[in-house]
Ligand binder design. Structure first.
Ligand SMILES: C[S@@+](CC[C@H](N)C(=O)[O-])C[C@H]1O[C@@H](n2cnc3c(N)ncnc32)[C@H](O)[C@@H]1O
Length: 245
């Protein structure tokens, strides 16, 4: 696993995303209280956590299971003067122990796939106050009948990847009404995520020369980026913003 964490260590973000998209999703939550309580699930190094703290007067609880990401977020929050309104918890999204009705909004960028889109929405729902909101990003097919190469790639890597319509049905089935959804721009894949990963791959190939397992992981990383380069019109991260029914 060393190589995996070396690929991902100290990246600005741990998945596609950008502050403008975070702001746009937040602006869709029109009836948030002035001091909202927000739970950011799978926060990673937390650029979206910081943006939520900047753009609201509320408190953000940021949850992740990888302590180095939480440490990075803590440093970033301190540097930004936001640490009083961000609390960090090393906890799993599979076993969140907060009281029911605790949060005005649940946030999760690039992480709900870990528990599963519909399962996460269902299991986290009791944590919301009445009328509470959820914003999640989920990788989604943008149009039907993708080319076999990209279909096979994602079916092997993430078989539960669905179309936007299917995800809208799933969020309704989980007890929410859709407020809106929008795709992340291409730049949000490159600027803070794929470009810095690509930049470190040659150095890591050098360092792990002769290590077959590392080579496999480096090849898989390159393949994921190549897939996006070739097929970005077919899939994207989509922000889904919803309100509990
Ligand atoms: C793709 S990253 C997204 C991170 C961050 N939201 C971002 O956009 O930069 C997924 C995150 O989920 C975290 N994670 C993995 N398993 C988890 C779990 N069971 N509970 C909470 N977080 C988890 C990872 O450590 C990682 O930070």
């Amino acid at each position: 696993m060393d190589i995996f964490f070396e690929i991902h260590k100290d990246l600005p973000r741990e998945g596609p995303g950008d502050n403008r998209s975070t702001q746009k999703a937040l602006a869709l939550m029109q009836n948030l209280p002035y001091h909202p309580q927000i739970l950011d699930i799978g926060c990673g190094p937390g650029l979206q956590t910081l943006e939520l703290a900047r753009r609201t007067a509320g408190k953000i609880v940021a949850v992740d299971t990888h302590q180095p990401f939480l440490d990075t977020l803590q440093q970033r929050a301190q540097a930004a003067g936001l640490s009083e309104r961000i609390s960090l918890e090393n906890a799993s999204m599979f076993a969140l122990t907060y009281q029911p009705n605790s949060f005005d909004a649940l946030w999760s960028e690039g992480a709900i796939y870990i528990i599963g889109f519909e399962k996460g929405l269902r299991e986290w729902r009791p944590l919301l106050k009445p009328g509470g909101y959820v914003a999640v990003t989920e990788i989604s097919w943008l149009k039907p009948n993708p080319p076999q190469e990209v279909l096979s790639y994602w079916m092997a890597d993430y078989p539960d990847m669905q179309s936007i319509d299917a995800n809208l049905s799933r969020l309704r089935a989980a007890g929410y009404r859709e407020i809106d959804h929008f795709t992340l721009p291409t730049s949000s894949w490159w600027d803070d995520y794929y470009t810095p990963i690509q930049a470190r791959l040659p150095m890591l190939r050098q360092r792990y020369q002769g290590d077959a397992e590392a080579k496999e992981i480096l090849n898989a990383t390159e393949k994921e980026i190549a897939m996006y380069q070739k097929y970005s019109e077919w899939y994207c991260y989509v922000f889904y913003v919803m309100q509990v029914e």
